[in-house]
Write a protein that binds this ligand. Structure first.
Ligand code: NDP
Length: 305
């Protein structure tokens, strides 16, 4: 049951990728082929899967795609030396360092060694700064926030809801997700509240939201009865939980859930992203979008010199 519109991120990502592939074909005529380099340090199985998917998507849209595997023992200096080489490589327009680094090593200095115009993850302080001052035409925006905004805009358009002047609540303030989403919402003239672990009376804050973005990392923490009727809900959370089994001999099963109690929201929200199949699939599409944007901007810079 439930009336909420389901926001289909798989379809959204396919639309973005199709559009990128068309633009890449057009650029080929001008002798420009966007190139993406992905750096994987160590052999974490989940990271290997993500990096493989990024390379595959890059090839599918017609990019030049390379993967650099470094051992888990690689030093900061070694990783930065590889990045310097890629910064100087004219065939590469996007450099992505797969995070987290092994052993949770701090990536700050490494990220800052990436040429800002090739920083397709949007994590270099120059890109955060461009986003903060509202220079969206130049900024490379972090992929998950950018993908969340595309889904939000689609849902708002489908429902005839205006983002301008809307009460938007972002739960979560990470540099990777919460903060950039809040900046993007501000750029669309929403009235933005950022909630976090020290927020008093979170249910009441969430209850004000015409637009709710959940980026917490706590399975189904946001309950259906917190949601303002008619709200648009974008659930960024991806949490793996174990499913209780009736058969004690059966292997333990797991499934993915968001930060929002999805089923409870179906009768309340006007639209909601499912998990999986919502924001998740948009992230890789936006990485391709950023790489295309970087290639065009770098080519433009060269032409201007
Ligand atoms: P972080 O752990 O970096 O940030 C979580 C944020 O949630 C923090 O700001 C924290 O507050 C806040 N928070 C934690 N507990 C509570 C609470 N009880 N009440 C209110 N706020 C709380 O996570 P990320 O931002 O990196 O990721 C958030 C979620 O998004 C995760 O589920 C992650 O898996 C998912 N994700 C999905 C992606 C995708 O779709 N491709 C990509 C990236 C992330 P404080 O700052 O005070 O500690």
């Amino acid at each position: 049951s439930g009336k909420a519109l389901l926001i289909d991120g798989k379809r959204g990502s396919e639309e973005v990728l199709t559009e990128i592939a068309e633009k890449v074909r057009g650029l080929a005529g001008q002798g420009l082929k966007p190139g993406l380099a992905v750096i994987l340090v160590g052999a974490d199985p989940a990271s290997q899967v993500y990096v493989g998917a990024k390379g595959k998507a890059a090839k599918a849209v017609g990019f030049h795609s390379v993967q650099h595997d470094l051992p888990a023992t690689a030093s900061e200096a070694e990783i930065i030396a590889l990045i310097r080489q890629l910064n100087a490589d004219p065939a590469i327009h996007g450099i992505l360092l797969q995070l987290p680094l092994p052993g949770g090593a701090d990536a700050t200095r490494i990220i800052e060694s990436i040429a800002p115009e090739k920083d397709v993850d949007g994590l270099h302080p120059i890109n955060s700064g461009l986003l903060a001052i509202g220079n969206l035409s130049r900024a490379l925006v972090p992929c998950t926030p950018a993908g969340s905004m595309i889904l939000l805009e689609k849902a708002a358009a489908a429902l005839g809801v205006k983002l301008e002047g809307a009460e938007a609540v972002v739960v979560g303030r990470s540099n990777l997700v919460g903060k950039p989403i809040a900046q993007l919402l501000l750029g669309r003239n929403a009235t933005v509240t950022i909630a976090h672990s020290r927020t008093r009376d979170l249910p009441a804050v969430v209850g004000r939201a015409d637009v709710l973005i959940a980026a917490v990392g706590r399975p189904e923490m946001i309950r259906g009865d917190w949601i303002k009727p008619g709200a648009i809900v974008i659930d960024v959370g991806i949490n793996r939980i174990s499913v209780p089994s009736h058969d004690p001999a059966a292997p333990a099963k797991t499934r993915l859930v968001g930060d929002v109690a999805f089923a409870e929201c179906l009768d309340r929200a006007a639209a909601i992203t499912p998990v999986p199949g919502g924001v998740g699939p948009m992230t890789i599409a936006m990485l391709m979008s950023n790489t295309l944007k970087a290639a065009i901007q770098i080519a433009g810079l060269k032409a201007a010199h």
